[in-house]
Ligand binder design. Structure first.
Ligand SMILES: NC(=O)c1ccc[n+]([C@@H]2O[C@H](COP(=O)([O-])OP(=O)(O)OC[C@H]3O[C@@H](n4cnc5c(N)ncnc54)[C@H](OP(=O)(O)O)[C@@H]3O)[C@@H](O)[C@H]2O)c1
Length: 239
């Protein structure tokens, strides 16, 4: 039976690869993001089983409206939406804007939606997979701290959802090329430098992360919950 899958940030990069993976498996996929044209282009490329929904997931009013559009049953929720503020804020107001922004972009986008749809997650086999980052364990100012907060929150969600037979896990990618995340900051020299930090001699591709997400969302992964799966080519070991 086709599963009902929601992928946030499913219009680009890692989220698009995740959405493609589920769509190719015959699942019904809803992709959520802020830019309608990006989502519609993605949905068209993925096929008829993919539905685009526009929402700023850091905005509680927008999430409340989104609830009317989302499926009543959600088998898999992938909290992938997130980004990093590039311009560093200085002074108390700049620091506040940067930290608040990173927590809104990376924590609230996952927490607001997951808490809002928790009663729609399929009892006995539901799956929540959240994308954090290698930055959560290596440290990267407010962005790393916001991704680390997802780890702590995931422990809580796993405990909350476990008695209902629903798992909650995190995938923490290292550098992944071919997404909008870095903008133009990931030139050839930087890619080579980052590839050299891994044990496998390359940076990640969106499909690497999609494969990890797809496994954690599979029925076979029902005995894995509250975990953080690092997907970084061996750049960081033993975390
Ligand atoms: N690329 C990497 O090296 C890397 C490494 C570690 C972790 N990550 C994480 O992986 C996830 C995916 O990133 P990516 O690399 O694929 O970059 P990306 O192409 O920029 O994807 C981020 C997606 O999230 C959506 N999004 C952002 N804020 C949103 C909001 N408030 N509401 C709804 N949708 C929102 C964006 O769409 P709209 O702008 O249209 O809303 C976009 O589709 C992020 O959480 C990122 O932190 C990336």
């Amino acid at each position: 039976m086709a599963r009902s899958v929601v992928v946030t940030g499913g219009g680009t990069g890692i989220g698009l690869a995740v959405a493609r993976r589920f769509a190719e498996a015959g699942d019904e996929v809803t992709i959520v993001g802020r830019r309608r044209e990006v989502l519609e282009r993605a949905a068209t490329s993925l096929g008829a089983m993919v539905r685009p929904l526009v929402c700023d997931l850091a905005d509680a009013d927008a999430v409340a409206s989104l609830l009317k559009e989302l499926p009543d049953r959600i088998d898999v929720l992938v909290n992938n939406a997130g980004s990093r503020e590039i311009a560093p804020g200085t002074g108390p107001h700049g620091v506040l804007a940067r930290w608040r922004g990173d927590f809104e972009r990376n924590v609230l986008t996952a927490v607001l939606l997951t808490e809002s749809v928790r009663d729609r997650l399929t009892q006995g086999q539901g799956r929540v997979v959240t994308i954090s980052s290698i930055a959560a364990v290596r440290g990267a100012d407010s962005y790393g701290a916001s991704k680390a907060a997802l780890h702590a929150w995931n422990h809580f969600m796993a405990a909350q959802l476990g008695p209902h037979g629903i798992t909650a896990n995190v995938v923490a990618p290292g550098t992944v090329a071919g997404t909008e995340f870095f903008g133009d900051r990931l030139d050839e020299a930087e890619l080579v430098r980052r590839a050299g930090r891994t044990l496998v001699g390359r940076v990640g591709e969106p499909e690497d992360v999609a494969a990890a997400v797809h496994f954690l969302a599979s029925p076979e992964a029902g005995y894995i919950t509250g975990e953080i799966l690092h997907c970084n080519g061996g750049e960081l070991l033993g975390r």
